[in-house]
Design a binder for this molecule. Structure first.
Ligand code: HEM
Length: 503
């Protein structure tokens, strides 16, 4: 249903707040309104789901190990209730949707200052330590004014050209590192859980782009301070999800371990960012440009750059890990991608910027990875106006979540969803509101262009140099740790190709 056809719900009689949901700003849900197609719009309170017993739901959620299985529980709920359901777990209440057409309605109603679900433990840490929020956590005009400036330095198409040589250098160093490991193994192959390696690749890349600083993570010796930073990011994500449904304030007062670990993790992340910031003034990279621009306060810059560092490592490294896993499972597809890369290098005579324009299948593979293994379980917005979805009235202020993981695996949305088919993104199937791995609109992922370029360059180098294979029996699934991560180590084998060269 098009939003344009939907009646403006200002006609709705404003009434009292619903008894079950004290945190929402709502208008009437009791009356029934005629819709433009003369179908009856059904009230908010009739949305099916589990929202009447928030404490009981929290208990059941805990019993089902929901903290780890949030994505699978969402799939189950869509199967039970249909394409829209309402839920209340502890103090979180949301309406959950799955259809691309409904995502379109949601994003049209996000307003000038799109607002996501707040990650309470992260804001609690900043409040506790009296640190500023960065762009990830800011809201309202403060978010918008910072985001507009950051967009110019981080996500504008023009700026991508600056990233390419930096990221290419890191990609080449990764190839050299893998060759070394292969030589040392004495078996002409390297079998390992690549997650730590990819994590280092991602951190080296994002640090190079943001600070103009190489951390030396492609070397054997790793600076203990940098290793500490890596450990802190992992700890920060791990300690976030258990605190999502219990007020962090309470955990702080109780002196719980999870809160103490969380504080320690963020302290480490901010300290590393502070160290980088102190070294930076001479270099012409994102951070330096922001400083030179002089439009944001140094504290605002620090807060956002720290968030970019923290958000820019696990996300890309895990997406790359899943992509290598899928390519290892599909050797023929891997050859097709390799052929595309070889041809692209010929066509562009080795110019990486140009090469990136000739790898549609590689780009399709990354979209396909994010469809089946999205980093975010859902995209969320508090709707800025009343809307109608699936013929239900949803009042302004409601938190609406688009189930990204569930949508990616829904046979009504994707043909043969269980199959990894990068070609589906080459315009053979409709793409309308289906490729949402980085979110949508003005609040979409700020690091999107860095991430895409970094991942494409990585895959180009890997495909040109190594064959990726996997152990026969692994069937990895996702587990929720604020972002979705593999539930077990993914062991892969890298074998040098005949024409692979040490760079
Ligand atoms: C595969 C890699 C990545 C994926 C799938 C991803 C995904 C996302 C998603 C889904 C959002 C929420 C968007 C929305 O609500 O519409 C987001 C926000 C964000 N991401 Fe990423 N991300 C990735 C990499 C990165 C990188 C490399 C950086 C930093 C260099 C980064 C920085 C951010 C920031 C700062 C935000 C918040 C933006 C705002 O609130 O204005 N992300 N990302």
């Amino acid at each position: 249903m098009s939003l344009l056809l939907a009646p403006r719900l200002a006609l709705w009689r404003s009434c009292s707040v619903l008894s079950d949901c004290c945190s929402l700003r709502v208008s009437s849900s009791a009356s029934v309104v005629r819709h433009s197609h003369s179908s009856i719009v059904r009230p908010f309170n009739e949305i099916p789901g589990l929202w009447k017993n928030s404490v009981g739901n929290l208990y059941n959620f805990w019993k089902q190990d929901g903290f780890k299985n949030l994505h699978r529980i969402m799939v189950h709920n869509f199967n039970t209730f249909g394409p829209i359901y309402r839920e209340k777990i502890g103090y979180y209440e949301s309406v959950n949707i799955i259809k691309p057409e409904d995502a379109a309605i949601l994003f049209k109603a996000e307003g000038h200052y799109p607002k996501r679900l707040n990650v309470e433990p992260w804001t609690a840490y900043r409040d506790y330590r009296n640190r500023k929020y960065g762009v990830l956590l800011k809201s309202g005009e403060d978010w918008r004014s910072n985001r507009v400036i950051l967009n110019k330095e981080v996500i504008s198409p023009k700026i991508q050209e600056n990233f390419v040589p930096l990221l290419e250098e890191v990609g080449q160093d990764f190839v050299v590192r893998v060759h070394k490991k292969i030589n040392r193994s004495g078996q002409n192959k390297w079998t390992t859980d690549l997650s730590q390696e990819l994590f280092k690749y991602a951190l080296e890349s994002v640090s190079s782009v943001l600070y103009g600083e190489r951390l030396g993570l492609m070397l054997d010796y790793i600076d203990p301070e940098v290793q500490h930073f890596i450990d802190c990011i992992t700890l920060m994500f791990k300690t976030t999800s258990p605190m999502l449904y219990i007020p962090p304030e309470l955990l702080r007062k109780l002196g719980s371990k999870v809160w103490r670990d969380h504080v320690e993790a963020w302290d480490g992340i901010f300290n590393q960012a502070d160290r980088c910031i102190q070294k930076i003034y001479k270099e012409l990279r994102v951070l330096a440009s922001l400083l030179l621009l002089d439009k944001l306060s140094i504290e605002d810059i620090k807060a956002s750059v720290t968030e970019l560092m923290a958000g820019g490592v696990d996300t890309t490294s895990i997406t790359l890990l899943w992509t290598l896993y899928e390519l290892a499972r599909h050797p023929n597809l891997q050859e097709e991608l390799r052929a595309e890369v070889v041809k692209a290098r010929e066509t562009s005579q080795g110019n990486m910027q140009e090469m990136l324009k000739h790898i549609p299948l590689v780009k399709g593979a990354l979209k396909e990875t994010l469809r089946l293994h999205p980093v975010a379980v859902s995209l969320q917005r508090y709707v800025a106006e009343d809307i109608i979805i699936q013929n239900y009235h949803i009042p302004a202020g409601t938190l609406v979540q688009l189930g990204l993981y569930a949508m990616g695996r829904d046979p009504k949305v994707f043909l043969r969803p269980e199959q990894y088919l990068p070609t589906r993104w080459l315009r053979t199937e409709t793409q309308y509101f289906r490729s949402l791995g980085f979110g949508f609109g003005p609040r979409q992922c700020l690091g999107r262009r860095i991430a895409e370029t970094e991942m494409q360059i990585f895959l180009i180098h890997m495909l040109e140099n190594f064959k990726v294979e996997k152990q026969r029996h692994i069937e990895a699934k996702s587990v929720f740790e604020l972002i979705l991560v593999p539930d077990q180590p993914i062991i892969l084998t890298l074998k040098p190709l005949q024409n692979s060269q040490l760079v």
